[in-house]
Structures are given as structure tokens and as C-alpha cells.
Write a protein that binds this ligand. Structure first.
Ligand SMILES: [Zn+2]
Length: 437
């Protein structure tokens, strides 16, 4: 048995920061006791030390420990399309993104992209992610293998489409069923990997393809489901035109029973209160991608409407529609845009931390394993250490409360401040070494 105490300033949100008082637990001089990759105790250093006087201590004071971040929406084949400005969703897909996604037909190119992608997740403190795979089965396998080798907790799957994209990105429903079944047998439940059934969006999936998704979910236990929903006004109009029998976009997914507790629907920018009530009653969650919503001009996420309906939501970076891999940046962008939204909502730092960690674990059905530092959870953590005298260090020095320190972390931390990232106590990224394996 290996035991270790990490000593640092420590933050986590073991409770829902929107519905429960004092969701944030913060310790200026905190301790995390890790035993064989699992958290055994979390609290003030002095009290943990009293109970475990003989466990070796790693002194990380001067830095900050947060639970590993959870990215609930991110596209592996889009690492290299980041930075495409000036588009809206459908022309961004056609001109910026789908040509790059088609390149992943080449397995060796796909392997390179998989390494870049997984290294970028880890370097930004993301330890758990719900990832859109590729339209090609070998490329999707490459991502899952690379994530497993790095030790990250990843749910992903083959992206399914049989219309309205580029021909080389389409597969028949029969081929999709065969490829998905093969990938599920090989990867689902293997170590920290899970399989996610992933139609790109209703606009690029026929009824037969959506039926394949329904069949796969009924044939295998514990699969996740993810897709896009209500992102862009033109997208919504075209979906409703493509499925004349459907009352709205959500009704398309509902017909194939795709909106249950294992589902994470990305965006939900233009959702009505009535649609959100339907989603809440089926148990599905939403991925909120604030940088992407702004970058593609998709609109303001109706945060208050989601809270009122009781729909779970968590942050996603939506690389490459978004602007990078940082969940801290997504938290800041959520704060900024919600201040300006038609129905403004003032987000507090503990809510940002909750949205970047525990809320994501809840949306992915992994709250029993990760998302906070409660005893029994996997030791998934991010260690942030600012350089002396940098603006981040100076802001923290002057902070009057730990809430204020947490606000400074969301405002000023960049990837270069992240010193170490671990999953189940195993280090998956260290700042000083090259992230490529
Ligand atoms: Zn997306």
C-alpha cells in the first residue's frame, strides 16, 4: 500500500453550488491523503496530520490543488482548426472543420492528432472528458488507445453521419452498426474508457442512423450518448425541415429514446422552457460551451432557464469551435457572458469550480469516481503554481478570502501555471517535461 499526503491550498465543491449552501470547501493550509490512487482524507493539514502522523508529506505550499477538470464536450479531430474566426456554425463546418476531419482517414495522421489532443487535455488539467471521436473507426480507436496509454478518463465514440456533410465522412447505418459494435467490444469499460454513441447531429443523421444509435444503447450496458442540440438558429430550422413529423429538434432525439440519464446534449443555446422541462424529466444533461457560443456567434446560453427547469449542465470547451482546452477559461467566459446575457446571471467562483469539475462528473455519470476530493474518489487533481511576482501571484497575495483566491485562479491561470496533473494519483502531465509521450 502506498500512502502520501499532499500539502497545499485546496479547493473543491463536493455539493451542487447552485442549490446548496456552502458548496465550496477550501483550506488555506490543506491536505489530501492519497492511498493507492484513491482519496482517503481531505481537510486542514493539521487535522489530517494528527490522524496520520507517519504518512510521508509532499510539501506543495505556494500552490493550489483543484479536482481534475471535466470537459463534457470536445472534438478530437479539431485540434488544428482552432483559431478559425469569422464563421457561424454551418459555414464553419463546411469550410474550416470538415476538410480537416476528412484527413483523419489517414491512420498515421490520425495517430499524430490523437497524441496532440490527449497531451493538450492533460496539459490543461483535464482528467476526464466526453470526446467526439472521428468519422473513421481506426482514428477513433487511435484516440481511445492514446487516452488509455496516458491514463485519462475518456468516453468517446465513432461520429455517425449519413447525409449533409462530405461524402467521405458518411457511412451507411449498417456499417456504423458494425464499426460501433467492434469498438464497444474492444474499449467500453476497459480501464477508464467508456464508449459514447455519437451521432454528429440530427441534421447529418437519417432516421435509420438514429435507429442504430437506439439499438446500440439497448444492446450494451452503460454506454454514454452525446450529440449536438439547439446550437444555431439556421441549424434548428433545417433540422425541423428534415424531420417533418417532429414538433421540434428535441422531439427527433426523443423519438429514438436518446435523451435519457446517459445523454449529454451539447449547446442548448436556443432551448425553450418547455423543451428543458422535457429534457429534465428524461434525465439528460447539457454541455455548456461559453467560448464556442461566442466565437461562432451562436447566442447566449439561457443559464437561468436551465436552472429553473432543473436540467443538469456542465462546461465544455468545444475545441475547435471553442478557443482552446482550458476549463478555467470556459469558467471565466461563462462568468463574463452571463453578466451580459438578456437574462443576466451573476456566477460566483464556487459555481465556476463546480461547473468545471463535479457538474461534469455528474453529467457523465461519473460522480461516484471523480469531480471532487471526497474520500473514496479517485485522486484526480490539478496542481497550479504561479511564478513568484507574476500578476497571478500578486493578485493572490492581496486576496482577502479564499473565494477571492479562487476567482483569481479562474481569471488569470493559463496552461503555463499548471505544474502537475494526476489521475488516480498517477501523474499524466508535468510542466517541465514535454507532454508528448
Ligand atoms: Zn461540438
Amino acid at each position: 500500500m502506498t500512502q502520501q499526503i499532499l500539502r497545499a491550498t485546496l479547493f473543491h465543491t463536493p455539493r451542487n453550488a447552485f442549490t446548496e449552501e456552502r458548496a465550496l470547501e477550501a483550506y488555506a493550509d490543506g491536505a489530501l491523503l492519497i492511498e493507492d490512487g484513491v482519496i482517503n482524507a481531505c481537510g486542514e493539514f493539521a487535522s489530517v496530520r494528527r490522524i496520520y502522523p507517519n504518512v510521508p508529506v509532499r510539501d506543495l505550499r505556494g500552490g493550489f490543488l483543484l479536482p481534475g477538470f471535466v470537459d463534457t464536450h470536445v472534438h478530437y479531430p479539431q485540434v488544428r482548426v482552432l483559431g478559425g474566426l469569422g464563421y457561424t456554425l454551418l459555414d464553419w463546418l463546411e469550410h474550416n472543420t470538415l476538410p480537416e476531419e476528412a484527413r483523419l482517414a489517414d491512420a498515421s495522421y490520425a495517430a499524430t492528432i490523437a497524441h496532440e489532443f490527449v497531451a493538450a487535455l492533460a496539459a490543461h488539467g483535464t482528467t476526464t472528458a466526453l470526446v467526439f471521436g472521428s468519422h473513421f473507426a481506426p482514428a477513433t480507436a487511435s484516440l481511445l488507445e492514446t487516452a488509455a496509454n496516458r491514463g485519462l478518463r475518456v468516453a468517446s465514440g465513432l461520429v455517425l453521419s449519413d447525409r449533409n456533410l462530405r461524402d467521405e465522412l458518411h457511412q451507411t447505418p449498417e456499417q456504423a452498426y458494425r464499426d460501433c459494435t467492434g469498438l464497444i467490444r474492444r474499449f467500453h469499460g476497459n480501464g477508464r474508457l467508456l464508449y459514447a454513441v455519437t451521432p454528429r447531429f440530427a441534421l447529418s443523421a437519417s432516421e435509420a442512423m438514429l435507429e442504430v444509435c437506439q439499438t446500440l444503447l439497448s444492446e450494451h450496458e452503460g454506454l454514454r450518448f452525446t450529440t449536438h442540440w439547439n446550437e444555431n438558429v439556421r441549424e434548428i430550422e433545417e433540422v425541423v425541415r428534415s424531420f417533418p413529423w417532429a414538433a421540434d429538434y428535441l422531439a427527433v432525439y426523443e423519438r429514438y429514446q436518446l435523451t435519457g440519464p446517459n445523454a449529454v446534449l451539447a449547446h442548448s443555446v436556443h432551448s425553450t422552457a418547455e423543451q428543458l422541462q422535457r429534457l429534465a424529466s428524461s434525465g439528460g444533461s447539457v454541455s455548456y460551451c461559453p467560448c464556442s457560443n461566442a466565437a461562432l456567434g451562436s447566442g447566449f446560453f439561457p443559464l437561468q432557464r436551465h436552472l429553473s427547469a432543473g436540467v443538469r449542465f456542465a462546461l465544455g470547451t468545444d475545441v475547435g469551435g471553442g478557443t482552446g482546452f482550458s476549463l478555467l477559461k470556459e469558467g471565466l467566459q461563462a462568468y463574463l457572458t452571463q453578466r451580459l446575457a438578456p437574462e443576466p446571471y451573476l456566477l460566483h467562483a464556487p459555481q465556476l469550480l463546480y461547473l468545471a469539475t463535479r457538474a461534469g462528473a455528474e453529467a457523465m455519470g461519473l460522480a461516484g469516481e471523480t469531480g471532487d476530493f471526497r474520500p473514496g474518489k479517485s485522486a484526480d487533481y490539478v496542481y497550479i503554481r504561479p511564478a513568484p511576482c507574476c500578476p497571478l501571484a500578486n493578485a493572490i497575495d492581496r486576496a482577502a478570502s479564499l473565494d477571492r483566491v479562487l476567482g483569481s485562479l479562474f481569471t488569470l491561470v493559463a496552461a503555463e501555471h499548471i505544474e502537475e496533473v494526476a489521475v488516480a494519483g498517477n501523474i499524466v502531465h508535468r510542466r517541465e517535461c514535454c507532454p508528448h509521450p
